[in-house]
Design a protein around this ligand. Structure first.
Ligand code: SER
Length: 889
């Protein structure tokens, strides 16, 4: 028997050997279509290639595409478990031609593959074509030799495939397999076509147009091909099964579910096992692609699927959470084809376990309430909407879960009543903030949040995505448009831009439309924790609400931010290990060019501390282990030793980021922190880590600034250049610089000493300074000695004055040193004269003469300064005059 895995590889290899590039499945969250909840066909990732807006290096491709049909326009959730062919998750096999081959080859490839490679008997096959497409009918006749009654013309839109309201489209041709007369149902186009006998297995779309509006079709640049074949259906046919859930892959999951719950895979619990097997696939693949359970958007669709499965787990009597125990079976089946499943295994297990553990707490009580309420209803009465709402609001029952419970009893839920209760709750919430006296701007954000819901953040997984503009804000008010040159806040339904929070700065980048409008985004702010405001300036065209835009994060800047954020976590733990557990985070800034981290720490870090911390962080970087993000309840996270900010309010679920590897004997990764920021994939992506500053910012708080990656490399490069420059100046090799500098410093110290001694000697009379008259003169009968010395250090003046006083025996000494254009003046008076002459008065007279004021000291020795050293001679004269005047008085 060919397994589903064989069938998948046969398909890809067949087209691979026929010149097709084997392309990976795109993620389940489409990046190129803001109106699509989940990828639901193989062509989604190629949408823009068909229209010519995007170029790829190949013109033929083949994929096995992960698809989810739940929550959006295509919603199969309600039927899963009860039918043979509905899935929330399935794989679509496809081959694509982008203006390369067209109908002839597409039909020939398809026919060869299914009849030769897969060996399906030709008499079991029939095809449909659009009734306007005689070309296709002729090709089928020629290639497959099918008689005309097996080429059925369908006049309706069933054979004209459209992606949605807009997008590439064209007539299509479908291949049907006849399960045989023992199954009820008629051929396509007949009255009982809905029966199960003739099953469509492959849809070949001849892409020829692009739908740009409700009634506008424009031809594609080149006719193209898009085909889609459900792997599960094909496998059923090839494995001789009628039911998709009987194929090997699904059966393995059903058996795993039965084993884990000690029940039989068939019999009374068959429906539940089918639901569990299907939902396990959609939930696991969604989690692997970055969707986590939440109360809005895609996260809520995931939660609905999870809880629906968990109700079935409960029904089959599973006492402990069941879903997470089935992940190994899923990874065994599909992990080779989809490595992302293996990579995200831990996250999937923990997310499923957390959700089921928490939901179990309310599930039983909710079911009891539901039972009581139903008991009061007439036998066919619908459940009142307010009860369904209470189940939703208090017990976490999504509406479709309640509907699924009642389905078995043939009961419906009053959906209108449910919606009315929901609206009533929103109205009350609205009243509470509307009347709260908030400022107008604040109210605006409450209004936007209420009307638009939370922005969906895609930036953990991608830096480019399409979104739809839901509102524009200029100043404090909403706007209908923003034209070139205007400042604007752009709100979209989903975005890859990170909104500033948790110390990490907001992303910058660009937003643009297909018709050339462009907005430069310089920052992103998160309003009320829910609405992302892209802060920017329109540079081209005019932006309007409703526009579909492409949002591109500045990737280089974001990579630098990621590296700095992950390094901050490593730094935090390294500091605690080096300095002690008292180290807690007091503040943090994660920017592209650097990181800043404030910690409680009473004394400065020593150079040895810094070196040790740098060493530890760089060692963790080099380990290059995976950075793992998981979702947990705050309590569980703390139980696992995750670092959280004291006093910070956390939601019901928190992201826990672990990195740095697990040391031998340790029960957790090096660093485990609660964090909503964006991080590197592996620590090696940080590159290198360097502390560049450490200082106090407040009592008991030290601030560390550090660089990583390119920032650090630039810094090292700068240091290297400085060293090289110094080496050139010193005329030595760079490694000789320290010794050379030390020698020069020593030499300079000696020279300074010598120079100072020489100057002193000169000033004492050994030289020919401008005022060095070689000895004393008489001023009003008092001996007066004066000197002006250029470049003599001011501190040498007093010892010189003392010495001169001794030499003179009795008299007055006035000394001026001129340094950097300024004068320092010292006047000394021998003790016998101090009752008549004050050194303080004389020094003041000197200071005034060269533009200074004041001066101080004692009667026998005083000093002062004067800003204008060029007036030193005048200062000596002034002192002399003052001396004459004092003595005469
Ligand atoms: N796009 C078509 C489909 O979804 C064929 O791949 O059926």
């Amino acid at each position: 028997m060919k397994t589903a895995n064989d069938i998948r590889s046969t398909f890809l290899n067949f087209f691979g050997t026929n010149g097709h590039q084997i392309v990976e499945s795109s993620p389940l969250v489409p990046r190129n279509d803001p109106t699509l909840m989940f990828t639901n066909a193989g062509m989604v990732q190629f949408k823009n290639v068909f229209t010519g807006a995007e170029q790829r290096p190949y013109r033929r491709a083949t994929t096995s595409q992960k698809c989810v049909r739940a929550g959006g326009k295509h919603n199969d959730l309600d039927n899963v478990g009860y039918t043979a062919r509905h899935h929330t998750f399935f794989e679509m096999l496809g081959n694509f031609s982008f203006g390369d081959y067209f109908k002839d080859d597409a039909i020939a490839f398809a026919w060869n593959l299914i009849t030769k490679e897969y060996g399906l008997p030709t008499d079991k096959l029939m095809v449909t074509v659009h009734s306007s497409d005689e070309d296709a009918a002729a090709i089928w006749r020629k290639v497959a030799g099918l008689p005309d009654e097996k080429i059925i013309r369908i006049p309706t839109d069933d054979n004209f495939w459209r992606m949605g309201e807009t997008g590439p489209c064209g007539p299509c041709s479908e291949i049907f397999y006849d399960h045989g007369p023992h199954v009820a149902g008629g051929p396509p186009g007949s009255a009982d076509a809905d029966g199960d006998r003739f099953i469509e297995i492959w849809n070949l779309v001849f892409m020829q147009f692009e739908q740009t509006g409700p009634d506008t079709l424009i031809p594609l640049p080149k006719p193209s091909i898009d085909t889609g074949m459900g792997l599960e259906r094909l496998a059923a046919v090839l494995q001789g099964k009628h039911d998709n859930y009987d194929i090997d892959l699904m059966r393995a999951l059903i058996v795993a579910s039965a084993d884990a719950s000690n029940t039989s895979p068939d019999g009374p619990h068959a429906v539940s096992h089918r639901v569990i097997a299907d939902h396990l696939r959609s939930c696991s693949f969604l989690i692997a692609d970055g969707v986590l359970p939440s109360n809005e958007g895609r996260g809520y669709v995931l939660r609905r699927i999870m809880r629906r499965a968990m109700r079935h787990a409960h029904m089959i009597g599973a006492r402990e959470p069941l879903m997470h125990r089935l992940v190994p079976a899923l990874v065994t089946q599909m992990g080779d084809a989809y490595p992302e499943l293996t990579r995200a295994r831990a996250l999937i297990v923990e997310t499923l376990k957390l959700e089921e553990t928490r939901f179990k707490q309310t599930l039983e009580r909710g079911l009891r309430l539901l039972e009581d309420e139903v008991a009061r209803l007439p036998s066919d009465g619908a459940l009142p909407g307010d009860v369904a709402f209470r189940l939703y609001d208090t017990f976490g029952f999504p509406l479709d879960l309640t509907q699924d419970v009642l389905r078995g009893q043939g009961r419906a839920v009053d959906e209108a009543g449910f919606k009315a209760s929901m609206e009533e709750q929103r109205r009350k919430a609205r009243e509470s903030w509307a009347g709260s006296g908030e400022a107008a701007t604040e109210r605006l954000w409450y209004e936007l949040k209420d009307e638009l819901g939370a922005t969906e953040f895609l930036g953990y997984d991608t830096e480019v995505a399409e979104g739809k503009v839901t509102a524009l804000v200029k100043g404090d008010a909403r706007a209908d448009s923003a034209a070139a040159g205007e400042e604007v806040l752009v709100i979209v339904n989903q975005t890859p831009f990170y909104g500033e929070s948790g110390g990490q700065v907001g992303d910058s980048g660009v937003i643009f439309t297909a018709d050339g409008t462009e907005v430069t985004i310089r920052d992103t702010q998160k309003k009320l924790g829910a609405v992302w405001a892209h802060v920017g300036t329109v540079t081209k065209g005019t932006l309007k609400p409703g526009d579909v835009v492409e949002l591109r994060v500045d990737v280089e800047r974001r990579s630098a931010i990621r590296a700095n954020h992950s390094a901050t976590h490593l730094l935090h733990e390294a500091l605690r290990r080096r300095l002690g557990e008292h180290v807690t985070q007091k503040g943090s800034l994660v920017a592209p060019e650097r990181l800043r981290f404030d910690i409680s720490q009473p004394i400065p870090l020593t150079p040895a501390d810094i070196a040790a911390v740098e060493e530890e962080v760089n060692r963790r970087i080099l380990l290059n282990s995976d950075v793992v993000t998981r979702l947990m309840s705050p309590d569980e996270a703390k139980g696992q030793g995750a670092m959280a900010l004291f006093g910070e309010k956390y939601g019901d679920e928190v992201r826990v980021v672990s990195m740095g590897g697990r040391d031998a004997g340790a029960n957790k990764e090096f660093s485990v922190e609660l964090c909503g920021g964006t991080h590197v994939r592996r620590t090696g992506d940080i590159g290198v880590f360097k502390v560049v500053a450490e200082q106090a910012v407040a009592a008991g708080v030290r601030r560390i600034e550090a660089l990583t990656g390119t920032g650090a490399r630039t810094w090292f490069g700068g240091r290297d250049a400085l060293l090289a420059e110094a080496a050139t100046t010193l005329k030595v090799r760079p490694d000789e610089v320290p010794a050379r500098v030390a020698a020069l410093v020593e030499e300079r110290r000696k020279l300074e000493k010598e120079l100072s001694e020489l100057r002193r000697q000169v000033a004492m009379g050994g030289g020919a300074g401008p005022a060095a008259d070689g000895g004393a003169k008489e001023v009003a009968g008092v001996r007066f000695v004066s000197r002006i010395a250029e470049g003599l250090p001011a501190k040498d003046l007093k010892p010189m004055a003392d010495e001169l006083k001794k030499q003179v025996g009795t008299g007055v000494v006035a000394l001026i040193a001129v340094n950097d254009g300024k004068a320092s003046i010292v006047v000394g008076v021998t003790p016998d004269l101090t009752d008549r002459v004050s050194a303080v008065d004389l020094v003041r007279a000197g200071a005034e003469a060269c533009g200074g004021k004041g001066g101080g000291g004692r009667p026998d020795m005083a000093q002062a300064g004067g800003p204008d050293g060029s007036l030193a001679a005048a200062a000596i004269e002034a002192i002399e005059k003052a001396l004459a005047a004092t003595v005469a008085a």
